[in-house]
Design a protein around this ligand. Structure first.
Ligand code: G3P
Ligand code: CA
Length: 247
C-alpha cells in the first residue's frame, strides 16, 4: 500500500490521525495509533526526537515531563531510561503502562497497515543527522512509499530530499505566507502543511496549480473539517479521527 498525498476531485479526504487519536488516548502511543486505525485513518502522524544513545523515539515535546511520569530532556535520557517511563497514566489511569515507542517499532507496526506522517522535531534543540537516521529506518522497514516527512525546520526536509529524492515531504508552517509555493520549492517539498486557520480557497488552488498537495493541521471540530473538505484540501490531520465519518 502507498500513501497518497493528493485526492482526486470528488473522492474522500485522506484521513490522518494526529499523534494517533490524541483526542481519545495518550498521544504517540500504541493505543492511540491503534485507535486511529480503528477509526479508519489512512495515516497516523507522529513526532520524533533522538535519545541520548541515538535512538529515534516518538514524543512530541523536547522533554518527557508533560506526557510521561518522568522528568528531563529526551536528548539526556537513554532508550532504556525512556522505556521505563509510563506514557499513558498522565492522560487517564486506564492507559497506565503505555510506553514511549521507537520509530522502528512504529514502522514495523504500520507496515502494510497504515501510512505514517513523521514530523521531525528540530529546534530549539537540534539533532544532527536526524533526517538521515529517519530515512535509514524508513528504508529498513521498506516504508518509503507509505511515509511522508514533515517539519517546521525546512532545512531538515531539504536535507532529507538530498539523501532520498523519493521520500515525500511537507513543509509545516503557521502563518499566511506571501509565496508558499516558493517556500515548498526551496525545500524541494511535495506538500504544503499549514495550520488550518491559514487555509483559503485561493491557497488550495495555488498549491494544486503548482503540483503540490495541501494538508492542514489540526482542526478538531466538525464545521471546520467540513469547510476544509469543501474547499478541496487533500488530507487533514485531526485529534478526533472519528469525526471524519460525519463529514
Ligand atoms: O502535523 C503537524 C502538527 O503536528 C504540527 O504541530 O505541535 O502538533 O506537532 P504539533
Ligand atoms: Ca506533530
Amino acid at each position: 500500500m502507498n500513501l497518497k498525498l493528493r485526492r482526486a476531485p470528488g473522492t474522500p479526504l485522506i484521513r490522518v490521525g494526529h499523534r494517533g487519536a490524541r483526542g481519545h488516548a495518550p498521544e504517540n502511543t500504541l493505543v492511540s495509533f491503534n485507535l486511529a486505525v480503528e477509526m479508519g485513518v489512512q495515516a497516523v502522524e507522529t513526532d520524533v526526537h533522538i535519545s541520548k544513545d541515538g535512538q529515534v523515539v516518538l514524543i512530541h515535546d523536547h522533554t518527557v515531563d508533560r506526557t510521561t511520569d518522568g522528568h528531563g530532556f529526551v536528548k539526556d535520557l537513554t532508550l532504556a531510561e525512556l522505556k521505563k517511563l509510563d506514557a499513558g497514566a498522565w492522560y487517564d489511569p486506564r492507559f497506565a503502562g503505555q510506553r514511549i515507542l521507537t520509530l522502528a517499532e512504529l514502522l514495523a507496526w504500520a507496515k502494510n497497515r497504515v501510512g505514517v506522517a513523521i514530523e521531525i522535531k528540530n529546534g530549539p534543540i537540534y539533532y544532527p543527522g536526524i533526517a538521515a537516521q529517519t530515512i535509514r529506518l524508513v528504508h529498513e522497514h521498506d516504508m518509503l512509499h507509505q511515509t511522508i516527512l514533515l517539519s517546521f525546520d525546512h532545512f531538515v526536509l531539504r536535507e532529507a530530499k538530498t539523501i532520498e529524492p523519493q521520500v515525500a515531504t511537507g513543509i509545516l508552517y503557521a502563518g499566511r505566507l506571501i509565496d508558499p509555493v516558493a517556500a515548498a520549492q526551496a525545500a524541494n517539498a511535495d506538500s504544503l502543511n499549514p495550520a488550518w486557520a491559514f487555509i483559503t480557497p485561493d491557497l488550495v488552488q495555488t498549491a494544486h496549480a503548482a503540483g503540490l498537495a495541501i494538508s492542514p493541521w489540526c482542526p478538531n471540530d466538525l464545521p471546520t473539517l467540513r469547510m476544509l473538505d469543501a474547499i478541496g484540501v487533500d488530507s487533514i490531520g485531526t485529534d478526533y479521527p472519528d469525526l471524519f465519518e460525519q463529514i
